[in-house]
Design a protein around this ligand. Structure first.
Ligand code: HEC
Ligand code: HEC
Ligand code: HEC
Ligand code: HEC
Ligand code: HEC
Ligand code: HEC
Ligand code: HEC
Length: 337
């Protein structure tokens, strides 16, 4: 029996256990705090931000001019559209628009001067705050300052260029699978690296063709689904969960064995949080690798290796006993006949 079969067996078992857990948990949640939570969110939604979403959350907006007592209806430009659902799914969902933007935006048309308002950055709110210490905002900021992006565009590249101000959420700590996390994270980079207009806003150079530039990588599509851009483009950092120093291109990882080896780099990057979490929970060393896809060449779980050897011996033993019994029975039959 192969390790894969053991893996499948374990998977089926954990899926059954998982489904039961989800049922129990969702039952207890639906009978405890869900309505209260929903009510709270509804309150926030309706009272504060509806006025802004009336225009910025719709494909078109209508404006009234008191002087000429006329109304106009226009399309809301895509870049000023804010997705209501994504906003309320984000980390800062309890915010009012005016927590970051001027109150003056309540009057339309907006005063053009407001465009020059300085916007608060992550560090303005989170820097030096012990409550957010585990995120190490200061170290992330330092790594970001050393990144190619910040160095090339000091004044125009900010945390918000990757972390959408209106839908920011952390997936690195979330419980959904690695596949979703990879897709979410890579979309952050592709917002510019696969979009000429957004790239152009920062640089006059031509946007390099990503597919051509990664031609050396076999199964490119498969890789881009299974690893994040930052796996190869940031230096490994053990002090923060997500490394933020995007290095110049000539320092990017090209060697296959950096990932496809026993001591895979991915244990210090992509699988870091998941692996640590599982290690705490059930002592498995390669929790993430076990549960999800694992990199070919990375070390498999040692208990499973022992387990499969044991099963192999048992199977061999079974065959042997079976064979011996058959011989005995045959002999007996011959004897009788
Ligand atoms: C009646 C429709 C309408 C309402 C209501 C409205 N906006 Fe706008 N907003 C617009 C339009 C149109 C633009 C683009 C033209 C401009 O910049 O004035 C815009 C632009 C903006 C901009 C971008 C300015 C820039 O940098 O170019 C921000 C920020 C903004 N609105 C925030 C808000 C906030 C916050 C609210 C709620 C307090 C709000 N808006 C309510 C129509 C509206
Ligand atoms: C956590 C802070 C924060 C909150 C809350 C926030 N914004 Fe923003 N908003 C920003 C920042 C920062 C920018 C500039 C983004 C950039 O430079 O990429 C921005 C830009 C905008 C723009 C210009 C388009 C864009 O995306 O660059 C609009 C329109 C806007 N905000 C509307 C709103 C509305 C409406 C709300 C409430 C539903 C809101 N914002 C809540 C931080 C915030
Ligand atoms: C205007 C102030 C402000 C800005 C700007 C801001 N945050 Fe926050 N952030 C908060 C507040 C307040 C909370 C707590 C929200 C809550 O619990 O409802 C929070 C929560 C968080 C959390 C969750 C912490 C936890 O323990 O659950 C993370 C992570 C986070 N912010 C990251 C960021 C990042 C990254 C940026 C910049 C891209 C940023 N924040 C910008 C004020 C801000
Ligand atoms: C080049 C893109 C990029 C820039 C610029 C960037 N980040 Fe990030 N950041 C990421 C990615 C990708 C992640 C992983 C996202 C996820 O799944 O949570 C991340 C995650 C984070 C997290 C969550 C880490 C954790 O422990 O859960 C924080 C906090 C954070 N960034 C803060 C910042 C701050 C502060 C800045 C600006 C100084 C910044 N980021 C600029 C790409 C960027
Ligand atoms: C398996 C590692 C790996 C992954 C994953 C990866 N890259 Fe790269 N990338 C490289 C290497 C190595 C180079 C340098 C190629 C060369 O110079 O021949 C490079 C080059 C680049 C360049 C510079 C192109 C130029 O020549 O100017 C950009 C931009 C880039 N990558 C962005 C991304 C983005 C965005 C993603 C995620 C969608 C990504 N990369 C995923 C390894 C990787
Ligand atoms: C807001 C747009 C934007 C986002 C988001 C963005 N980049 Fe970039 N990136 C650029 C621009 C512009 C350059 C060219 C910098 C310059 O002018 O030298 C660049 C350059 C690069 C380079 C090449 C550096 C070199 O040596 O030529 C790499 C690698 C890179 N980015 C990777 C990433 C990764 C990985 C992410 C996501 C975590 C990301 N970028 C997100 C705009 C962006
Ligand atoms: C940043 C880490 C990383 C690097 C660098 C890397 N790989 Fe991979 N590779 C992965 C991951 C993760 C998978 C997905 C494993 C899976 O799905 O089972 C993968 C899958 C593959 C696959 C199987 C694709 C499929 O269709 O299932 C091949 C073949 C492969 N890599 C070859 C290479 C070669 C050759 C190189 C060097 C040129 C390389 N890889 C570099 C992480 C990496």
């Amino acid at each position: 029996m192969s390790i894969n079969k053991v893996n499948n067996g374990l998977k089926i078992f954990s899926i059954i256990v998982g489904i039961n857990l989800v049922l129990i948990l969702s039952y207890s949640f639906s009978h405890s705090n869900e309505p209260v939570q929903e009510e709270k969110e509804e309150m926030v939604r309706h009272e504060e931000n509806t006025n802004c979403f009336k225009c910025h959350g719709e494909n078109k907006y209508t404006m009234y001019n008191a002087d000429s007592s006329s109304t106009i209806t226009k399309l809301m430009p895509r870049e000023l559209f804010i997705d209501t659902l994504e906003f309320y799914d984000g980390t800062h969902k309890t915010f009012k628009c005016s927590d970051c933007h001027s109150d003056e935006y309540n009057s339309v048309p907006h005063n053009p001067e407001l465009r020059f308002d300085p916007m608060p950055g992550c560090i303005d709110c989170h820097g030096g705050d012990p409550e957010y210490e585990e995120y190490k905002f200061e170290q992330i900021d330092e790594q970001f300052q050393n990144s190619v992006h910040s160095k090339a565009h000091t004044d125009n590249f900010a945390c918000w260029d990757c972390h959408d101000a209106h839908s920011y959420k952390s997936t690195a700590r979330a419980d959904n699978g690695i596949k979703d996390m990879v897709a979410y994270n890579n979309a952050m980079c592709l917002k510019c690296h696969a979009n000429t207009i957004n790239y152009m806003l920062l640089s006059d150079e031509e946007n390099p063709d990503l597919i051509a530039k990664h031609e050396w990588l076999p199964n490119q599509t498969q890789h881009f689904k299974k690893v994040r851009c930052i796996e190869c483009h940031t230096s490994v950092s053990d002090s923060v969960l997500v490394a933020h120093e995007v290095m110049p291109k000539d320092k990017a990882i090209k060697g296959c064995t950096e990932c496809h080896s026993k001591n895979t780099r991915l244990n210090h990057t992509l699988y870091k949080f998941k692996a640590a979490e599982r290690r705490d929970k059930n002592g498995f060393f390669n929790g993430a690798i076990l549960e999800e896809s694992f990199v070919i060449g990375a070390n498999r779980n040692i208990y499973l290796n022992y387990g499969s050897i044991a099963i192999f011996i048992l199977v061999l033993g079974g065959i042997l006993i079976h064979a011996i019994l058959r011989i005995i029975i045959k002999k007996k039959k011959n004897h009788v006949g």
